[in-house]
Design a protein around this ligand. Structure first.
Ligand code: ADP
Length: 248
């Protein structure tokens, strides 16, 4: 059950590139329904951590569990996606020449578990699901617009909607508000807060104002392991964290 207890458990993960330890005995737990922010200076290992979770990078040692039973270090990337982990990169991968609605439709049909051809007619339940997702990502009024014509923020929301169509339990988001206006950033915070609870979210983010709005718990990575963890105020007042950020 991925909606209760611990959703993600990284235990002693080490990843080396030519002898350099990008992750060094990283241990981290995320509870189901949590909205966790990961911060840390450049080179801290944030991207490598996401790559280990999605199976893009194999750790040299350590284990990574999704829920109680799914050992991520033994699964291929597509198996991990099907197990319920969705990742959003910074650059959206929407279909620019299709409408917003079609993007969500294609994403739903691309889900192997659904096994529908692209030309199959949508059932009313499927239409309802798309309508619900459109409302969630605030694009109901833009359903028939070409995705390529959306604003930067709207494109990011559409991509999150496309992930949601695949019904992930855990969402990994890499700098989701980079380049967004203040208004878009605020709406993204609302979206994430509405997703938390039914979903677990791990968000890598540099925008501290955004982190402050969304996260109860923040993990600071440094040199491939956890330097500090707690509320944003707690970690910002931690002398080790201050030293790492000021010493850059
Ligand atoms: P962050 O996302 O926190 O900026 P990364 O996970 O991208 O950190 O990188 C951690 C360290 O590992 C960096 O010093 C980076 O140069 C190094 N690194 C990441 N990926 C590779 C790779 N494929 N080959 C060699 N070094 C890498």
């Amino acid at each position: 059950d991925l909606t209760k207890g611990v959703v993600l458990y990284l235990d002693g993960i080490t990843v080396s590139f030519d002898g350099f330890r990008a992750l060094n005995n990283l241990t981290l737990t995320v509870d189901a329904g949590e909205l966790r922010c990961i911060i840390g200076p450049n080179g801290a290992g944030k991207t490598t951590m996401m790559d280990v979770i999605t199976g893009k990078t194999r750790p040299d040692s350590g284990t990574a569990f999704f829920g109680q039973t799914i050992d991520l270090t033994r699964l291929a990337e597509n198996q991990i996606a099907h197990a319920g982990i969705g990742r959003k990169f910074q650059k959206p991968t929407i279909f620019a020449h299709h409408t917003v609605f079609e993007n969500l439709e294609l994403s739903m049909k691309a889900d192997k578990r659904v096994r529908k051809t692209l030309f199959a007619k949508l059932s009313s339940a499927e239409r309802d699901r798309i309508a619900m997702t459109l409302a969630q990502i605030r694009l109901t009024d833009s359903a028939d617009r070409q995705a390529g014509l959306l604003s930067h923020g709207q494109k990011q929301w559409l991509e999150i909607g496309m992930l949601l169509m695949q019904e992930p339990k855990l969402l990994l988001l890499d700098e989701p508000v980079a380049g967004m206006s203040d208004d878009e950033t605020e709406r993204t915070a609302e979206l994430f807060l509405s997703l938390a609870g039914t979903h677990s979210l791990v968000v890598v983010e540099h925008d501290m104002k955004f982190v402050e709005t969304i996260a109860k718990k923040v993990t600071v990575l440094h040199e491939g392991s956890v330097l500090a963890e707690g509320s944003l105020a707690d970690v910002q007042n931690d002398p080790r964290v201050i030293e790492v950020y000021l010493g850059r």
